[in-house]
Design a binder for this molecule. Structure first.
Ligand SMILES: Nc1ncnc2c1ncn2[C@@H]1O[C@H](COP(=O)(O)OP(=O)(O)O)[C@@H](O)[C@H]1O
Ligand SMILES: N[C@@H](CCC(=O)OP(=O)(O)O)C(=O)O
Length: 364
């Protein structure tokens, strides 16, 4: 029996193609959430749809790719969308709370702990958090990129044992059924590497943003944290109830045995690298087998432009061995390539000893 479930609804589940909230879908989810709460289960909802609804309110159709439009539309749509959630959950006797998170909230340790403590308190109060990304203040660099990632991060954050990603399709298919009529539904995934045989596209429903690809990556992150993920149809009545009852429905991604920290999962799967730090053989070995931090002395080249706080690939020659968060800008790092730490301090007195700290590094 699951004790804590995160249910994520994609834009195409929450909103009609016009951007209007699907009140019937939200009402059905609210009924299911109330039933789970009554059975003693904690439920967290992650709801997309703010941008889609905001665009509709503003009389704009189609999905703009202009970031200012998306952020402003989210600001218009979010409050109105949450109101629908609040009303539908209240009609089932369930209190709800709007929680808007940014990537920084989960990346900075103190914010992460605060977000976790707040969600724990809400759950202890019997309140259902309805979470979305705080789109108005995010930029490419500090965005989850997709609510599937956000939902997986939230599942890790609250220690969920189940993540349900509801979309407009029955689950993961061997190819995008919109493009390939012979595509078959995949019932169970144990081995993420085996998925490379499938045609899992970035193509989305008209309102979605990450496609099935981002759901699979989110499932892989959750799986690595020991959480079961089910991708199922959120529009078809009965599908969610079947998933909640543990019946065969949608695509189930089994949890992995070994667990990794949420931050490292996010870094590995979600954060795009903006440049590359090339290291010598000694540094590569230390990173691969010693779990050490990367110091400027082990660096031989810096490629691309990035800021401190950006993710970078770490490579030995042409082979990427891992990904980490750089403590330096690319320009600063170029000034200290190959230097011992005392020399680094002379050149850049305020810089940290580590170019990439071990806590912010994952092997490829
Ligand atoms: N192998 C696949 N199996 C299922 N769907 C796929 C696949 N490849 C691409 N897709 C597309 O992914 C879409 C769902 O992703 P998306 O629109 O981002 O959903 P949401 O808005 O629910 O997050 C489906 O409608 C489908 O067109
Ligand atoms: N925060 C955005 C979510 C965008 C997004 O990830 O959408 P989806 O791929 O449909 O889950 C919104 O509310 O519109």
């Amino acid at each position: 029996m699951a004790t804590r479930t995160v249910i994520k609804l994609g834009s195409s589940t929450v909103a009609e193609p016009t951007g209007h909230p699907r009140v019937d879908v939200i009402a059905r989810i609210a009924t299911a959430v109330a039933a789970r709460r009554a059975a003693g289960e904690d439920v967290v909802v992650v709801s997309s749809g703010a941008i889609a609804h905001g665009m509709q309110v503003m009389g704009r159709t189609g999905r703009s790719s202009v970031i200012e439009d998306l952020q402003a539309a989210s600001a218009v749509g979010q409050g109105k969308l949450f109101r629908v959630w609040d009303e539908q959950l209240a009609a089932e006797g369930v209190r709800s709370a709007q929680v808007l998170l940014t990537f920084f909230d989960l990346m900075a340790r103190t914010h992460y702990l605060n977000a976790r403590a707040t969600l724990e308190r809400l759950l202890a109060w019997g309140v259902v958090p309805v979470i979305n990304e705080n789109d108005t203040t995010t930029t490419d660099e500090i965005s989850f990129g997709d609510n599937d990632f956000l939902a997986a991060q939230v599942a890790v954050l609250v220690g969920a044992d189940r993540l349900i990603l509801l979309t407009d399709i029955d689950g993961l298919y061997t190819a995008d059924p919109r493009l390939d009529p012979d595509a078959q539904l995949v019932r169970e995934v144990h081995d993420f590497e085996g998925l490379s045989r499938l045609d899992i596209g970035h193509s989305t429903s008209p309102l979605g943003s990450g496609g099935m690809r981002s759901k699979v990556v989110a499932a892989e992150m959750a799986s690595a944290a020991g959480i079961v993920t089910v991708v199922a149809n959120g529009v078809r009545p009965g599908a969610l109830d079947a998933v909640l009852a543990g019946a065969e429905e949608g695509t189930r991604f089994a949890p992995a045995e070994a667990r990794h920290s949420s931050f490292k999962l996010w870094l590995k799967y979600a954060k795009p690298a903006r440049g590359t730090i090339v290291v010598d053989a000694g540094a590569a070995k230390a990173l691969k087998t010693g779990g050490t931090s990367l110091l400027p002395v082990g660096i031989t080249d810096v490629r691309g432009e990035f800021d401190a706080g950006d993710a970078v690939h770490v490579a030995q020659g042409a082979v990427v061995i891992g990904k980490g968060i750089s403590s330096y800008t690319a320009g600063e790092l170029r000034q200290v390539v190959g230097l011992q730490s005392p020399r680094v301090r002379e050149v850049l007195p305020r810089a940290s000893d580590e170019a990439v700290h071990r806590d912010y590094f994952v092997l490829a």
